[in-house]
Structure formats: C-alpha cells, structure tokens
Design a protein around this ligand. Structure first.
Ligand code: 5RP
Length: 235
C-alpha cells in the first residue's frame, strides 16, 4: 500500500494536470520541490500534449530535468508573461495565503508566479494550517553582502534567526540559485502575512520572503488519501 501522503500528493498532481490541460499553456511556469517533481514525471509521460509549450523554471534542477526530457526551456529573463504556473507549498492557510521556500527557490518562484495569469499550487492535506508560520519558520533570502547586517537588524526586532546550513554535499550555508543566502526566521509575535512580508522586505538586503500572499494564488489543489479538493481564491 502506498504511503497516505504520497497517495494524496499523487491524486492532487493528477487533478492539477486536468486543470492545466483545460488551460492556455503556451508558456508554463514550473516551481520546485518533491510535488513539482511528481508533476514533471506526469508531464514526461504526457509529453505529446505539451509539444507547443515552453517552460520557465524557478530552479536549475527543474530546468535541467525538463530540458533532459526534451521539453523547450526558456530563461526567466526571456519572458514577461506566463500562461499557467505550477508549484507546491509548505503551508496553506484558510485564506489561501502560502508559505514557501522549503526548497530554497522561493524568490524565482515568486517572480514567475507574479507574471502568471493562472497560479496553481499542489499540496497534500498535511500542508493545511490555521495560521502561517506556526509550524515552521519563515524562509527569507538575503543578499550575501548584507547577511550580518540583516541578521543583526532582525534580532533587534525580536526575530529568531537561523542561517540554513546544508546537511551534505557542502559544508556551509544554503545558497539559492539566485545567489542569495537562505535564512529562516521566527517572528516575535503573530502578524498578518502581508504585514510580515512588508516588514521583512523593508530591511535593506532582504531579497524576498517565502510568504506568498493570496493575491499570488488562484487555485490550490489539495490531495487527501481518498479525495481531492480544488480551492479557488475568491476575488
Ligand atoms: C520550494 C518550495 C516548495 O514548493 C515547497 O517547499 C514544497 O515542497 P514539497 O513539494 O517537496 O513538499 O517552496 O522553494
């Protein structure tokens, strides 16, 4: 028997594919993470339906996987509009605000999502939370030159700050594909996601945060072991 979380993810990925196949998909944006990886595997097995599509990716890993499978991959710098964007998320709140960045790719993910006409996020039921950041810390990408200054300022504001380090392959900090250092922060008190995103980005040297407010979200496909729920943001 398949692991229930894996089964839930698989169901959500299949549902997301149905939505994509009903959508204009000349330029597709692709995020990063294990759920996105499952979506790419499904893309590979249905590649004949994506012959006309170009792909723009939030990570080198994803871009390479698609290119190796024969898909047409463009650089983010080559596009200004994306028809449909597919990604995962670490947390989803009841208003469909998201927390992302577990895979250290949230800056490019956010940039591509902001240029997309339809944003679809695929999650399993374990990602649903009442409030963002209660279960995990908030990923923040920092310009390397600004690391010490940003960490000091965050601590002065009462944030818990952890510089993310790699467990293997390199001894040191996690550097995003964009060149930024990934840190994880814990706010001193519960703040509304939009306000928290604004506060963090008001510090010079902070490149982006993993907070995706609901205006960057159109659809969240939530997989359960026995069903799928498609949540659409109410505008
Ligand atoms: C990467 C992300 C991922 O989408 C997020 O971490 C979810 O990953 P997974 O699908 O492996 O649970 O935000 O920056």
């Amino acid at each position: 028997m398949l692991d229930p979380v894996l089964e839930a993810k698989k169901k959500a990925v299949e549902e997301a594919m149905k939505i994509v196949l009903d959508t204009k998909r000349d330029i597709m944006g692709i995020g990063n993470g294990s759920t996105v990886d499952m979506f790419i595997d499904l893309l590979i097995s249905s590649s004949h339906l994506f012959i006309e599509s170009y792909f723009v990716c939030a990570s080198l890993y994803t871009a390479r996987k698609l290119a190796e499978a024969g898909f047409k991959v463009l650089s983010v710098a080559d596009i200004d509009t994306v028809d449909v964007y597919i990604d995962g998320a670490d947390e989803v709140d009841p208003q469909l605000n998201l927390l992302k960045g577990g895979g250290a790719a949230s800056t490019l993910e956010k940039i591509i999502a902001s240029a997309s006409n339809l944003r679809i996020y695929i999650v399993d039921y374990t990602k649903l939370v009442k409030k963002l950041g209660v279960r995990r810390s908030i990923p923040v990408e920092v310009l390397p030159q600004a690391l010490s200054i940003v960490v000091k300022k965050l601590k002065e504001k009462g944030f818990g700050v952890y510089i993310r380090t790699l467990k293997e392959g390199k001894y040191g900090f996690v550097i995003a594909d964009t060149g930024g250092v990934v840190i994880d922060v814990v706010p001193p008190q519960n703040i509304d996601p939009l306000e928290l995103d604004r506060e963090l980005k008001s510090i010079p040297g902070v490149v982006e945060t993993g907070i995706f407010t609901k205006d960057l979200v159109d659809i969240v496909v939530i997989g359960y072991p026995d069903k799928v729920v498609v949540s659409r943001r109410i505008i």
